[in-house]
Design a protein around this ligand. Sequence first.
Ligand code: PAF
Length: 284
Amino acid sequence: MEIINRRARMSSLTRKLRRENKTIGFVPTMGALHVGHLSLVEEARQMCDIVIVSIFVNPAQFNEATDFAKYPRDLTADAELLTEYQVDYIFAPEEQEIYGENFSTYVYVENLTETLEGASRPGHFRGVATVVTILFNTMRPDYAFFGQKDAQQVAVIKRLTKDLGFDTEIIVGRTVREESGLAMSSRNARLSPEDRQKASIIYQALRKAKIAAKEGERNAARLAEIVREKIASEPLAQIDYVTIVDEQTLEPIEKIGENAALIAVAVRFGNTRLIDNTVINRKL
Ligand code: PAF
């Protein structure tokens, strides 16, 4: 495994790999790797000849400078983990490699980025879309792997991949969960042991709604109410939103119809805000 810091080197290397007809799988991350990331790496390893993981804490997607400063960084520990997973290259650029002098070009994906997470994190998805575009441009991967837990990010990335004509297939990995059902996230480390246990209520609530939908409940407001009620039964949980939207357009829906519907939630435990989701009606 090689760690690459320079964008020019990453570009020329992937150009060479493409000439050799190697398929390139790319897993973008901000480091602080957990089992969720590693399951994406495993999937990439199975599907592709070459696996590249980027580790870049992207300043453009943080709303608070203090959050960016506090974000955990441990390249040595992450690299050790990735060696075990037979990753070929880590791309770990410094900030100025990505955002050079007088950087002024951003990617803004209309319609999908102002709701849900975008509503409480203005500019977040502009930062995500910009860095992912730069990374895709640098390595032109055949496949790029993202986690279902960040369902809105997935919708944004799929949109920009199509709109900007990248020849990259987006592969969405299932949400990996702790034993309690809590979705894996680097934020879980910030929860107190009690909150971490109680936060499993989010998964229980989503499951309850999914079962109700399977049993025939089509009314989105009623399904959302099932989720809200269940989460509210946990006094430590503060609901930010529970929303049911079309999985692709992220437009709110009233009735579960033919298209896949996303039940998306954001819930606070103390100062930690957690997101999770489930999809109903997805055709395989
Ligand atoms: O999901 C993340 O970790 C980040 O948003 C991503 C896709 C690596 C872009 O910085």
